[in-house]
Design a protein around this ligand. Structure first.
Ligand code: ADP
Ligand code: ADP
Length: 225
């Protein structure tokens, strides 16, 4: 079973003017894949990621997560699947400044019904996985940009999601720091984590085993050994 699978998915913005943001996209992402997504501005990258993230719905076609058809779930169940199965990392870190790193990561569980003690354990495990085990009590403002992005990655990892969905996760970082964050994604992927990452950066696009090239809502793929 694929981790996520799109079957003939299209997304039409009715307009006018009508925009075919995604056209008949079929895609299987397997456990352990590291997929980069490239393409010019307006080619449909965000639309694809929003659909995979259950933040938007296809106009037609089907979306399955680990074999479960999530195409037409009501919003409450979409939120449940989002919290359990999907982890998000963005260009901006979106951390709460008045909360410690540990609290920021625990906030991911706030509406999940996970007991606080378990939430704390998950958060500590995730912060260790991103190399911040010694800094869990710090406030985000005391950390570098790279460390703040690590906190955001820990928050995405806390629920042990099926897939990490990343939109330009190194876009706000200097090149040296970006390299260390990419190395972290490589490390997480080597440990089995499935990753989908939008990027504008050709060096970033070379990471992982598959690259999706988007153009005018159409997807083509390059695979690497
Ligand atoms: P980026 O490419 O950096 O993600 P965009 O400018 O493409 O930023 O999109 C920013 C937000 O605006 C997204 O949520 C996108 O869905 C929305 N958006 C993009 N184009 C349009 C449009 N023509 N009409 C309405 N919303 C749009
Ligand atoms: P990218 O992320 O590659 O920049 P998007 O997925 O944001 O591309 O956009 C794909 C196309 O869909 C663009 O033509 C964009 O203007 C259009 N679009 C995106 N969001 C909206 C929206 N909410 N309403 C209308 N058009 C949109």
């Amino acid at each position: 079973t694929a981790v996520v699978e799109l079957q003939d998915v299209s997304r039409l913005y009715p307009g006018p003017p009508a925009v075919h943001a995604l056209t008949s996209c079929s895609l299987r992402i397997e456990e352990g894949d590291f997929v980069t997504v490239v393409g010019p501005s307006g080619s449909g990258k965000s639309t694809l990621l929003n659909i995979l993230g259950l933040l938007d719905q296809p106009s037609s076609g089907r979306y399955l997560i680990r074999g479960e058809d999530v195409t037409a779930l009501p919003e409450a169940q979409r939120a449940r699947v989002r919290g359990d199965q999907l982890g998000f990392v963005f260009q901006s870190f979106h951390l709460l400044e008045q909360r410690s790193c540990l609290e920021n990561v625990m906030l991911a569980d706030l509406y999940s019904g996970v007991p606080e003690r378990e939430s704390r354990e998950r958060a500590l495990t995730a912060l260790q996985a991103v190399g911040l085990g010694a800094l869990v009590a710090r406030m985000p403002t005391e950390l570098s940009g790279g460390q703040q992005q690590r906190v955001a990655i820990a928050r995405a990892l806390a629920s042990d999601p099926a897939v990490l969905l990343c939109d330009e996760p190194t876009g706000n970082l200097d090149s040296g720091t970006a390299a260390t964050i990419l190395a972290l994604f490589d490390e997480l992927n080597a440990a089995g984590r499935t990753v989908v990452m939008i990027t504008h950066d050709a060096d970033v696009a070379r990471h992982g085993n598959r690259t999706l090239h988007m153009l005018d809502g159409n997807v083509t793929e390059t695979a690497r050994p």
